[in-house]
Design a protein around this ligand. Sequence first.
Ligand SMILES: Cc1cc2nc3c(=O)[nH]c(=O)nc-3n(C[C@H](O)[C@H](O)[C@H](O)COP(=O)(O)O)c2cc1C
Length: 179
Amino acid sequence: MADVAPAVAAPEATDVTAGRASDPAVISAGLKGAMRRLASGVAIVTALGDEAPVGMAATSITSLTMDPPAVLVCVNQTASIHAHLSPGCPVSINLLSRHQRDVSAAFGGAVARDARFGVGSWTPDAHGLPILEEAQANLSCTIDSMTPYGTHSIVIARVEAVRLSEAVDPLIFQDGAYL
Ligand SMILES: Cc1cc2nc3c(=O)[nH]c(=O)nc-3n(C[C@H](O)[C@H](O)[C@H](O)COP(=O)(O)O)c2cc1C
């Protein structure tokens, strides 16, 4: 007789919007709960500021296309980096390694904007943009387009150079914490 896989109990689910789906606050709270359940890699996006480089932590990096090689990142319009992003500008996207949670915290706002590059080891790329040593990958990009949507801008960046780490060991953010 063929082996039969043991039955696995289906996870229980609750419709947290039941009867209240017309309330935007209920939908938003439900969506936040859903996103806490989505494990994401963490990146640091850097750009050239007026006098010094600027940067922020982001989980909203998505591979967009291979032809052309492009990624997207969603940037809150209130983030300090936003004013320094526009089509034609260089950006670097640094995918963090598991041991770099201090860099994520710093660029997530725990460290003052002008002191963030003091956390981690940074070197300039061909555009003079800081790229992070010991990251999983460094993508040197130029912004192709920016589309505002609600509170954020969807930034599409064309990838022009890639550096990769030897080992695959990324920093993962899930349920408001690092794995
Ligand atoms: C793990 C993590 C992921 C984040 N992802 C995003 C993101 O995808 N988009 C975004 O706009 N902000 C994101 N943030 C928040 C920004 O990093 C943070 O608001 C910004 O760096 C601080 O803003 P400031 O530069 O104006 O001080 C994230 C923060 C953390 C800690």
